[in-house]
Design a protein around this ligand. Structure first.
Ligand code: NAD
Ligand code: UD1
Length: 309
């Protein structure tokens, strides 16, 4: 008899599809619920009989309950991942980014499921961590509907933990990169945009002086952590930063892309984006205490995989 599947909401997207691969590789079955707004069926190994893809919306409570029935755990990754989209359309993104979480909590309570992973974000800290490594107790300053929905989702998951015995593993992802990150919007992840344009020989725009820094994590390292959190006998309360405590500037990133490709298209510098955070770096002590985080994939190796080198 095959094992009950893990439900991955948003499983046809960038991070979710890598998690699906990693779970299948470890012998688990996987059910994906995704509205295919940015995710793609082609990201998933649809020929694998242990994988099911259901097209639908996490904002639909009835559907979430139907799809979750028979599953043993949930990785809740479905969200509109673009911060700017939430600024442009707070009402519609709230359905995905908050109501979806509440629907997942309620369905888990009704069906008696316990373990759930949640993809929160460093965005919950706003500008409060500037210039230093941000630990989890840093004051929260959600500056956008995206960040507010992530923080509210964390609080609701914690309420369901205390009240209904859910076992949420709350992760605040810093900047994740790797293959399948969709570069198609100007607000897509910077590495996906820079590498796509560099490969096509198209000009690259840096917003600001390029000295802003981010704490980039390779997606393969992240999903090893997520699999561990699904399999662990228990998870402690409280959110956990997922970063390496390493700052990489955009100028350094461009130099690294040039090293992998051997050349780089023209780079121009434009005004910084309003509200853009200058420095973001995780204090990751809690991550390293609670989990067996893998040796991080070096940026050059991650970029080479992304660039197919
Ligand atoms: P992504 O856009 O590739 O994945 C999101 C997936 O959710 C897509 O497949 C999309 O089609 C699906 N989706 C969106 N709204 C939905 C809805 N209402 N119902 C069902 N499916 C829906 O982005 P990603 O980078 O893989 O992000 C995954 C999760 O991680 C998101 O929750 C995002 O907010 C979070 N996160 C990502 C990063 C990062 O650096 N990539 C950082 C912090 C947090
Ligand atoms: C990213 C995530 C967000 C997550 C946050 C957590 C994406 C799209 N955004 O936001 O979901 O919550 O990390 O840390 O995955 N830039 C350029 N040129 C470009 C594109 C971007 O210079 O063509 C700059 C931006 O102005 C910014 C930096 O690159 O200074 C990083 O931008 P981006 O990849 O969008 O990430 P975050 O805003 O950090």
């Amino acid at each position: 008899m095959s094992e009950a599947p893990v439900l991955i909401t948003g499983g046809a997207g960038f991070i979710g599809s890598h998690l699906a691969d990693a779970l299948l590789a470890k012998g688990h079955s996987v059910r994906v619920l995704d509205n295919l707004s940015t995710g793609k069926p082609a990201n998933l190994p649809l020929g694998d009989s242990r994988l099911e893809l259901i097209e639908g919306d996490v904002a639909d409570a009835t559907l979430v309950r139907q799809v979750m029935a028979g599953c043993r755990a949930v990785a809740h990754l479905a969200a509109v991942a673009s911060v700017q989209a939430s600024v442009d359309d707070p009402v519609s993104t709230h359905q995905s980014n908050f109501v979806g979480t509440l629907n997942v909590c309620e369905a888990m309570r009704e069906l008696g499921l316990k373990r759930v992973l949640f993809a929160s974000s460093a965005a919950v800290y706003g500008n409060n961590g500037e210039g230093q490594a941000i630990d989890e107790d840093t004051a929260k300053a959600p500056l956008t509907p995206y960040a507010a929905d992530k923080l509210a989702s964390e609080h609701y998951l914690d309420f369901y933990r205390r009240q209904h015995g859910l076992e949420p593993a709350l992760f605040r992802f810093f900047n994740i990169f790797g293959p399948r990150q969709d570069p198609s919007s100007p607000y897509s992840g910077v590495i996906s945009i820079f590498t796509e344009r560099a490969q096509a020989g198209l000009p690259i725009s840096v917003f600001g002086d390029g000295e802003q820094t981010r704490d980039f994590v390779y997606v393969g390292d992240l999903v090893q952590l997520l699999v561990q959190a699904l399999e662990a006998p228990r998870v402690a309360a409280g959110a956990v930063n997922v970063g390496l405590n390493r700052a990489t500037s955009l100028n350094q990133l461009l130099a690294d892309i040039r090293s992998v490709l051997g050349s780089l298209s023209a780079v121009s510098y434009a005004a910084a984006r309003p509200g853009d955070i200058k420095h973001s770096r995780a204090d990751n002590r809690r991550l390293l205490e609670r989990f067996d985080f893998p040796e991080p994939t070096p940026m050059a190796v991650g970029l080479a995989r992304l660039l197919g080198r």
